[in-house]
Design a protein around this ligand. Structure first.
Ligand code: FPP
Length: 224
């Protein structure tokens, strides 16, 4: 049985779910947050150490301003409401991506990271304003700036995900089979699962089915 340390998720399908059910993409994002909570709980139960959630990509800035504002307001109220509980449950929060938001949100994210930094049950890596190609370019620039050699190890250690093990599993919901510029360096040996369910419909049982399937896979890493 494969050990499972890190699950990464592209939480796709909120917009379609909201439009279909309530004629509102934003209602889909609100419902998606309930799934986030369910998956956090089940990850702790499963003793998973890292949960990386793609919440906002560098490309998502192309969306209507009203949707972007809704998403960041949702994140802000969620953090304000849950920070204490996260801390109490020994959850560590880390943002991966460029923290270029409103001063208020930047400060709240920094505060959440600071308060929870020594927690050890589950680390939630929240990908916000995250793009993998941009992350790799920045890493190489950092290496060059320090006049170091460009090696795999130096790149790995210069990414936002420094000190985070590579994902064992990547899940993408929403019936779409693409990677959308997410963790391209980190997923070279990750097992990838695509779910047809839209993110608000994704349940604990769907997550567990994937986890159990993963545990039985023979991982070769290029060997036989
Ligand atoms: C992708 O669905 C989802 C997002 C871009 C945002 C993800 C946000 C949440 C799950 C809720 C908020 C989370 C936090 C942590 C506050 P989409 O909008 O691209 O869906 P579509 O493909 O149906 O349009």
């Amino acid at each position: 049985m494969n050990p499972l340390n890190h699950v990464a998720i592209i939480m796709d399908g909120n917009g379609r779910w909201g439009l279909k059910k309530y004629n509102s993409r934003n209602k889909g994002h609100r419902a998606g947050l309930d799934t986030v909570e369910k998956i956090i709980k089940i990850s702790i139960k499963q003793k998973i150490k890292h949960l990386t959630l793609f919440a906002f990509s560098t490309e998502n800035w192309k969306r209507p301003k009203s949707e972007i504002n809704y998403l960041f307001n949702l994140l802000e109220s969620f953090l304000k409401l849950k920070l204490k509980k996260f801390h109490k449950n020994n959850i560590k929060l880390k943002v991966i991506g460029e923290k270029k938001f409103s001063k208020k949100l930047n400060n709240l994210l920094l505060k959440s990271e600071k308060i929870t930094k020594n927690n050890t049950a589950l680390q939630i890596n929240l990908a916000l304003n995250y793009g993998s190609k941009n992350e790799i370019v920045k890493a190489i620039k950092k290496i060059n700036g320090k006049k170091l050699e460009v090696t795999e190890k130096n790149i790995t250690n210069s990414l936002y995900t420094k000190n985070i093990p590579d994902p064992d599993i990547l899940i993408r919901t929403g019936k779409t089979t693409r990677l959308s510029n997410f963790l391209l360096w980190q997923i070279s040996y990750t097992e990838i699962f695509f779910s047809h369910k839209l993110w608000p419909d994704f349940q604990e049982a769907d997550f567990l089915k994937i986890v159990n399937k993963f545990k039985k896979i023979k991982r070769n890493y290029g060997d036989i």
